[in-house]
Design a protein around this ligand. Sequence first.
Ligand SMILES: [Zn+2]
Ligand SMILES: [Zn+2]
Length: 257
Amino acid sequence: MITCDHHIHSSISPDGKASMEEMCEAAIGKGMKEVAFTDHYECYYGGIRGRYFDRDYLKRYFRELEKCRQKYDGRLVIRAGVELGQSHLDNSEAEMVRGFPFDYILGSVHKLGNVDLAWIRLTDKNVQGIADTYYAEMERLSMYGIYDCLGHLDYIKKHCARCGVPYEEERYFGIMEKILRNVICRGKGIEVNTACMGTVLEETMPDMPVLKLYRELGGKIVKTGSDAHTPERIGYGFEKAEERIKRSLILVSDLNE
Ligand SMILES: [Zn+2]
Ligand SMILES: [Zn+2]
């Protein structure tokens, strides 16, 4: 059983719903040995800075994390993580974040032209253009961005499911291969994210076809993340994630290292 959840959010994050302490208690209750708090830090296009994200925000995060590390010492390994959105768009912001003592940087694309994907209503007409733009951003992130692992690689799939629009996975294999080659070349990894499960789609992000491709290209570094914003979602769907990781022939010994 996978006992590391490397993608959880606390209420320090603008969208988190529970304190770090509550999340730690739940993680221990679910038999987790290790978690990474990957609260959001978003970078923007065109020199725009997020109102919410600055040094004080990161300092607040580390103060809370330190309290939890002391409180749960010997019971739960707590990694300092950050989910760094679109780091390729603003090098100085991304470098500032990297200056803090993070153990783990999860690189994601949430925004296209500063518009959050969650705010976009996908339709049969616009889905291809938006998915192409999403993958072009992901490719740039994979190439020049700051990250240890790429987060929810095919995140657009979640939004297709949310809007009831079909996601044509094969259409994006070409660019997916380029992204995965960049990841492998740079010695980085990917995550298997279970946020869709029990919500919009019974699949991991990414699922088997991409995991197999990653393995065939020589990819080994994989982390599992529930993307929990609430205590009950910690470790959600991890049995299915583990089964997929094994089926794609990624060695369990490579998992979460
Ligand atoms: Zn995310
Ligand atoms: Zn997240």
